[in-house]
Design a binder for this molecule. Structure first.
Ligand SMILES: N[C@@H](CCC(=O)N[C@@H](CS)C(=O)NCC(=O)O)C(=O)O
Length: 355
């Protein structure tokens, strides 16, 4: 059996190699994977289909003109800038936590930036790939100050609002079991309905990623109550690395999504931002020249224009710019960079070299 297979391999190898070479050159690549359906689709449509949440301030929210903005949205914009040269060429598809992975599996969206946590089962059994982490998050609890609770350990017996199909639901059960406490879940699929239920007092506590709780507290408290009438409890009960999600198996498209985010992080590390990027084109620093494509090669390797990083930084900004504008000090959320600082500043944001 073994010999037979070996012989068959030997006989067909030459054909297989030349066929593969033909297929690759026909697709326009000297080496690397042929373009998969997702990349071809984006190019032929002239726009990226990007899955987002229903609306979370600072991360993914449509304004009164229907223009989507936020840190997560900026990842979509960066991918569109890399592939199409235009960050505006994105069609946003709002999805609930229950719908989001099916939409990626079916190809309805090319990429999902719905604040999805990278976990083993999602990365494997669900047929998905996570291409990085645009926000290191963790789960926490939002409560009305009037409840007088200072710690999650005081939540025994509480009624807790939570979204289905989330890591949140699973962590919540684990945390209460581990701390020998009980709770009554109120499970609601749409994020605006969860918030409404919480503010109407249908649950004592709202639990989700701390990012989303900060957004809810900063942007969704119905008057006359304000931001100060609510507190986020100090416990962070889980790791929630939020990353862009693509369908498993379309490697070149996954590479582009992966490196579009890394480009934003790398640009910040090298001091390239939306305001100085034209000046930086004149830099004689070899790393900056490679990043911005004045020394060509990186674009070709990825299968995009050599100006891919220039287009991302010019139109979207580097990671730090996007962070501060959307969720950091220049936003109503005022979230500290924390874990999302660059590795050079003691944080976890670290891009492999663009070379
Ligand atoms: N990161 C967690 C939870 C993420 C999630 O989907 N949370 C929902 C429900 S609270 C949310 O924040 N959606 C935001 C939106 O729809 O704008 C996960 O991946 O399961």
């Amino acid at each position: 059996m073994k010999t037979y297979l070996g012989d068959a391999m030997g006989m067909t190898k030459g054909f297989a190699v030349s066929f593969a070479a033909f297929a690759l050159s026909a697709a326009g690549f000297a080496c690397g994977a042929a373009a998969g359906p997702q990349l071809d689709g984006v190019k032929s449509r002239g726009s990226l289909n990007c899955g987002v949440g229903l609306g979370t301030a600072g991360y993914m929210l449509a304004d009164s003109q229907g223009k989507w903005k936020g840190l997560s949205v900026d990842v979509c914009r960066a991918v569109a800038a890399a592939i199409l040269g235009d960050a505006e060429k994105v069609k946003y598809v709002p999805l609930t936590s229950q719908q989001r992975f099916t939409a990626v599996q079916s190809g309805e969206v090319d990429v999902l930036v719905g604040n999805a946590t990278w976990t083993l089962t999602r990365d494997t059994a669900l047929g998905l790939d996570f291409t990085g982490v645009y926000y290191y998050d963790g789960q926490s609890f939002l409560v009305p100050k009037s409840l007088g609770v200072k710690s999650a350990k005081e939540l025994n017996g509480a009624t807790i609002c939570v979204a289905p199909g989330t890591t949140t639901e699973l962590n919540l059960a684990d945390y209460f079991r581990a701390n020998k406490m009980t709770f009554k879940p109120v499970v609601i699929e749409k994020v605006d309905e969860i918030r409404a239920a919480f503010f109407a007092g249908r649950c004592d506590v709202y639990t989700t990623d701390a990012s989303s709780l900060a957004a809810t507290r900063a942007a969704n408290v119905p008057p006359p109550r304000t931001f100060d009438d609510f507190v986020i409890l100090p416990e962070i009960i889980s790791k929630e690395p939020l990353g862009p999600v693509v369908r498993h198996g379309d490697n070149q498209f996954a590479d582009i999504v992966r490196w579009a985010l890394y480009a934003m992080v790398e640009a910040e590390e090298y001091g390239i931002d939306s305001k100085n990027v034209d000046e930086m084109l004149k830099s004689d620093n070899p790393t900056i020249k490679r990043i911005l494509g004045t020394t060509p090669g990186m674009g070709k390797a990825l299968g995009v224009d050599e100006k891919w990083v220039y287009n991302i930084v010019k139109q979207v900004g580097n990671y730090g710019e996007s962070f501060e504008r959307n969720v950091g000090k220049d936003s109503p959320l005022k979230i500290d960079r924390g874990l999302n600082r660059l590795w050079t500043q003691g944080g976890l944001q670290y891009a492999p070299p663009i070379r």
